[in-house]
Design a protein around this ligand. Structure first.
Ligand code: IPE
Ligand code: IPE
Ligand code: MG
Length: 249
């Protein structure tokens, strides 16, 4: 094993185990700008971004963060030029196919959230296979938001609940937070404690609108392909200093 890999496996000594976030969510932004700065086509940034995500997953796993959720494609990203959208769909499919073995070996449980039916059929097939194969794994819970929109997620939950009411299965007063959460794509997953966004943008961009209600936010100017384990270490150190009040004193 190389020295670099060994270093990654160990949690940095200044990170305190019981002050780590249980669940980290990340808006992986800045791929296009990263490529542009280098005079390369945008897709090269997306390609590099995959390596960043693999490193982050490895860090979470090795350092004791139990869940990672990554925003890979938003419902609004369909508005990009066709060739970029096509490339991204192809990239997701190829990476999934290539990495499934490794995910199994690392005991990762992978799950996709979003409107998956609207994705290319061949990608849907890879997604189903990956979720099925890894569903019994007991390691890190890795969630990939693909064709995901927070508003769309809330609306589909409302529709499902509306149907149950119409069928006479429940009454409106039975709707509470925990029952609503059971209709979200993320059902069964704890809310993120920490949201990281790269590339300096100070916005949520329709990501996990319900689930991020009390997440701590960490925004870095670093573009996603340059985000590495040093940067993640920094984000976790910052998180450890936060005083989470949840509206109390
Ligand atoms: C994030 O990088 C990746 C996706 C949204 C799929 P961008 O492609 O948004 O890169 P910038 O923001 O244009 O630099
Ligand atoms: C958010 O990034 C979506 C993903 C990272 C998948 P965008 O680049 O699409 O967000 P905006 O357009 O800057 O808000
Ligand atoms: Mg962007």
């Amino acid at each position: 094993m190389t020295a670099k890999l060994t270093a990654l496996r160990q949690r940095p000594a200044d990170l305190v185990g019981d002050r780590l976030p249980k669940h980290v969510a990340v808006i992986m932004d800045g791929n296009g700008r990263w490529a542009k700065q280098r005079g390369m086509p945008r897709i090269m940034g997306h390609r590099r971004g995959v390596d960043t995500l693999k490193t982050l997953l490895r860090c979470c796993d090795d350092w004791g963060v139990g869940a990672l959720t990554a925003y890979a494609f938003s419902t609004e990203n369909w508005g990009r030029p066709d060739d970029e959208v096509d490339f991204l769909m192809m990239l997701f499919e190829r990476v999934l196919r290539q990495e499934l073995k490794e995910l199994m070996a690392e005991n990762v449980r992978i799950r996709f959230v979003g409107n998956l039916q609207a994705l290319p059929v061949s990608l849907q097939r890879e997604i189903e296979r990956a979720m099925l194969d890894t569903q019994e794994n007991q390691g890190i819970q890795f969630t990939v938001a693909t064709n995901y929109g927070g508003r769309q997620e809330i609306i589909q939950a409302c529709r499902a609940i509306g149907e149950q009411i119409q069928q006479g299965e429940i009454t409106p007063d039975q709707i509470d937070e925990s029952m609503f959460e059971r209709h979200l794509y993320t059902q069964g997953l704890e809310d993120p404690d920490l949201l990281i966004r790269t590339s300096g943008e100070m916005r949520i961009s329709n990501f996990l609108l319900w689930q991020l209600a009390y997440a701590e936010m960490y925004i870095t100017d670093t573009l996603w392909p340059d985000f590495n384990h040093h940067e993640f270490h920094q984000a976790l150190l910052d998180y450890q200093q936060r005083h989470r009040r949840f509206g109390k004193l």
